[in-house]
Ligand binder design. Structure first.
Ligand code: MG
Length: 327
């Protein structure tokens, strides 16, 4: 089938500068792919936070080289197989094409992507609302914005972790989970913090220790009173086996693993090992967020609030009804 495509660089701005344990920034480089065939245009997205290896140039280069010899057949699996075998790495670039292909085939068949995947749109888990690190008055304002959500994800790993949690608990009854982004360096300190958080009914702790600290992660897993979720420690399905004895669950992100089809395989692998599943995202437009959301019915929670944190989402905003992202 004849097709054409266009790449659109984009800078997705945060409403307010966003602070996590890695540092503070005001937006994220994005590459959008517009893929047209049979008069249907589908969009894909690569999100490129600065701590990942890929950038706009590497994504453009990968996409040009992929489409050079690509044959657009009317079989999605053939297209996906060709994509995921094309060069190693380049996961955000692959996710961009993988998302566009899923969106194209779903539009062609006039069904939602979750149906194309053989999944359901019900029941769906709660979506978290993310609060970055900040001073108490900023945190209190952020908590107001979380109105309607049933779970808040708090970024920790800085100097004032207990103060941040106490400030939030002072102004809301909403359940909290925390994401440390590898910010606690000492396993004993991490365990003390997790006990303190458990006394305050926190739901889970994401990536408390650096992924390089194998011994610390395993020790903490055995002692922790709360479920510990791997994010930075797990990128692709190949990583799950190595961390299955260190974590109670994993955070699956399309940009880390290469898109919807590898993401679905990761979710299924994690569930077969009785692990908890969080479907998360980088800072993404509605395009990337809605792609990840198609896997929601298999997740325990989703962390897909990106469009709410952005000031220039180029697409229609997504719909969070009663704290659940609608698909
Ligand atoms: Mg995380």
């Amino acid at each position: 089938m004849d097709f054409n495509y266009r790449l659109q660089p984009y800078f997705l701005k945060f409403k307010t500068p966003f602070a996590i344990a890695h540092g503070t920034r005001d937006g994220t480089d994005i590459v959008l792919l517009h893929l047209t065939c049979e008069n249907i245009t589908a969009i894909g997205e690569a999100s490129l936070p600065p701590y990942l290896a890929e950038n706009k140039e590497s994504v453009n280069e990968f996409i040009y080289s992929f489409f050079k010899d690509f044959k657009f057949t009317n079989d999605l699996n053939t297209c996906l197989e060709y994509l995921h075998q094309h060069k190693s790495g380049n996961y955000a670039a692959k996710a961009c094409i993988d998302i566009a292909l899923h969106n194209w085939f779903a539009a062609y068949r006039q069904i939602p992507v979750w149906e194309l995947l053989g999944l359901k749109n019900n029941p769906l888990p709660p979506c978290t609302f993310t609060i970055g690190m900040g001073a108490p008055d900023v945190i209190r304002e952020k908590v107001k914005e979380a109105h309607g959500f049933n779970m808040i994800k708090v970024k920790l790993g800085g100097e004032h972790d207990k103060q941040i949690i106490e400030t939030i608990l002072d102004c809301t009854d909403t359940k909290l989970c925390v994401d440390v982004n590898q910010g606690w360096k000492d396993p004993d300190f991490a365990l003390d913090m997790i006990h303190w958080l458990a006394e305050r009914n926190i739901v889970f702790v994401e990536q408390p220790l650096p992924k390089s600290d194998k011994q610390g992660q395993q020790w903490l897993f055995q002692k922790s009173p709360l479920p510990i979720i791997a994010d930075e420690a797990v990128q692709t399905i190949e990583d799950i086996d190595a961390v299955k004895d260190f974590y109670h669950g994993i955070n699956v992100k399309l940009m880390k693993c290469g898109g919807i089809s590898p993401g679905l395989a990761m979710v299924r692998e994690a569930k077969s090992l009785q692990k908890l599943v969080l479907v998360g995202s980088m800072s993404e437009t509605s395009c990337g967020i809605m792609a990840a959301a198609q896997l929601s019915s298999l997740a325990n929670w989703v962390d897909l609030d990106g469009p709410l944190l952005a000031s220039n989402n180029p697409f229609e905003n997504v719909n969070y009804k009663n704290g659940i992202l609608q698909i």
